[in-house]
Each structure stands twice: as C-alpha cells, then as structure tokens.
Design a protein around this ligand. Sequence first.
Ligand code: NAD
Ligand code: TYD
Length: 353
Amino acid sequence: MKKTYLVTGGAGFIGSNFIHYMLQKYQDISIINVDKLTYAGNMENLAEFENDPRHCFVHADICDKDAMKKVMAEHNIDYIVNFAAESHVDRSISNPEIFVQTNVLGTVSLLNCAKQAWQTGEDTFKEGVKYLQVSTDEVYGSLGAEGYFEETTPICPHSPYSSSKASADLFVKAYFDTYKFPVNITRCSNNYGPFQFPEKLIPLIMNNTLQHKELPVYGDGMQVRDWLFVEDHCKAIDMVLNNGRLGEVYNIGGHNERPNIFIVKTIIEYIRQNVDSSVSEDLIHHVTDRKGHDRRYGIDPAKIKAELGWFPETPFEVGIKKTLKWYLDHKDWMAHVTSGSYQEYYKKMYGDQ
Ligand code: NAD
Ligand code: TYD
C-alpha cells in the first residue's frame, strides 16, 4: 500500500537528505514537507524534486495548529518524521526562547494534531501509523574519556538546545505512556554531509579555509564528536519507521569519534591537496570556549544493530571526502546560503505562499 509521510523541517540539512534518500529508494510514496523556512531552511536543497508529484511542499510553522490540522485533514498521513527544530547550540545560548517555542511547544502541538487525526477510540489509533521524533545524543549530556551513551543512560542535557530536545523527548514518551500513541525516538550523533548550513563546524571550516579566513576552534579543540554520514542516519530512520518497536528509543552512531581539531586539520589538508596549496594550519585560531561546552559524545548503537540490522555503510574517511567534494562542486549553493540570497530562490519558485 502506498505510504504518505509528513516530514517536518524537510528543507533543512538532515530533512532534505532524508527526502532525497526516500524518494530515491521508494517509487511509490508521497512526502508532505512542512517547513517554516527559517534561516536554516533552503528549498534549493530540494531543487531535484521541484516537479516531482511525490513531493508536496507546505510553507508552515509546526506551532501553527490550524495549518497542521489542515495538513492532517487533507492528506492521509501514515508516518510523521519530526525534524523541524532550531538546531544550533551557539544560537540557543544567545537566544533560548525560540528553542522552547519550536522544539518543545512545536513538538507538543504536532503530537496533539496527530493524536486527534489518528485516534479511532479510547487508546486506539489508525492501523500502522507512527510518529518518529528525530532527537539527538546531546540529550545525554557529556561523557568522560570512557564509556558510551546507551538508551538507558539518564538524560542530562547542558545547553538550552539539548534541554529543549530532551523536553520534547519526554513529551513524546508521555504520549506513548499515557495514550499509547504510537511513537519512536531516535537519538543520533553529529551528522555531516551535503546541504549543511555553514554555521556548523564542517561547512563553516570548509568555507572559511577556501576564503583564507580565520578558523575559530573553541577552547583547546579536543572536544570529541561522534561523526555519522547523513545518509546512514536517513537509512536508520527508515528502518525505525518500518520495524522499530513502538515506544522505544534507538541510538544511532557509527563509532567515529574525532576531536574537533582533527576535523579542522583534515579539512585544511584536503583543500591544500585538492584546491589551494597555499592554505595552512596558520589559519587556525583558538577562540574562547563555548559556555557549558560538552566534552565528549559517543554513541553505543548496539540496540539498533541487534534489533533492526542497521549498520553505518560509509566509513569516515570516505564520507568526509565525499562531503568536502560536494561543497567544492556546489560553490553556488554555499554562496547563496552565506549571502542569504537562497531566500530569493524560494520566492521565485513558490511565490508568497
Ligand atoms: P537544520 O537547522 O539544518 O534544519 C531545521 C529545519 O527545520 C529547517 O529547514 C527550518 O526551516 C525548519 N524549522 C525550524 N523551525 C520550524 C518550525 N517552527 N516549523 C517548521 N519548520 C521549522 O537542522 P538539522 O541539522 O537538519 O537537524 C534536523 C533535526 O535533527 C533536528 O531536530 C535536530 O535536533 C536533529 N539532529 C541533528 C543532528 C546534526 O548533527 N545536525 C544530529 C542529531 C539530531
Ligand atoms: P557544531 O557543528 O555546532 O555541532 P554541536 O555543537 O551540535 O556538536 O559543533 C561541533 C563541535 O565543533 C562542537 O564541539 C563545537 C565546535 N566548534 C568549533 O570549535 N568552532 C566552530 O566555529 C563551531 C561552529 C563549532
């Protein structure tokens, strides 16, 4: 039977990669993509599907109950995948409130709309439907030198961003525990790949190096992130939608821990060898550390591997080269997002919707 997916935040980094992944993998699906188009949402990410009848874009805020009720009423939604979020830790430190608005209140509002649309009786819902909350390993807080985040690790967020994501997770859990509303939560480590907004480490360092600008490394640069190629995240979400046990949390990560300074030096070296032999590590500038900076993230993916057979297909050394090459091949995309002119593209294609 043909499935209909409501993807929120589908014009952002991971959401747009997910839409690419799903429309390439499945011929017979439709995707309703709801996005508010904040600074991080870019319809250029989905240019390939402009005329594809399987992709329908709705310009809306997940907090807008009427708009979301209309979407649920007009489309026979089987799955909701909630990517929509404010996602940048530094922005959450300077302006926490919008993180509560979108990440917490937006999630609760979406849960409520879906519950109303899918409910068939007391504690019963339409057959086969599911709400998947795309969460993050950051809800677990920070690790020391040893150990990994498991699904049973207590939630202990530090930044306003991770606190808002943790709050959202607790509401999703509450909908399962209270109403038996069918949910899954996925908690993934740091993603990298095409279409990432250049406020995040990898595209920012790439862009600055190409322009011989200073490379801001927070503190000593020895903070560790567990990097996963975005396509492997998309594959995991698809598997959890299909076979994840209702009410369960699944951690997603591929044991690719790297200190930030290693990532920065890898990018410089790639550009030095492939583009511009004059760039060097002299561009690195250690700047004041981020407030409350988590020292290390590391995911234990044993549960999703054992239950669903997921494994990461792209080794870091392959994925990072693929990613850096993608940014080099899409200099227009980078120029549009850094100048803000990508918003003009949307107006040209979609008018004032
Ligand atoms: P992103 O910032 O690139 O994209 C977010 C998208 O959500 C944008 O298109 C934006 O326009 C949209 N959006 C924001 N507020 C909205 C609202 N109120 N209504 C509708 N749309 C709205 O983020 P991303 O990196 O693609 O992250 C997607 C999700 O994955 C987030 O929930 C994030 O917490 C989670 N996550 C991200 C990572 C990562 O490494 N980037 C890792 C694990 C989990
Ligand atoms: P980021 O890409 O913002 O992801 P997150 O904070 O969600 O992990 O940052 C990744 C790491 O890189 C994080 O430890 C902060 C660090 N960082 C820098 O050192 N300099 C920068 O300019 C940025 C954006 C991040």
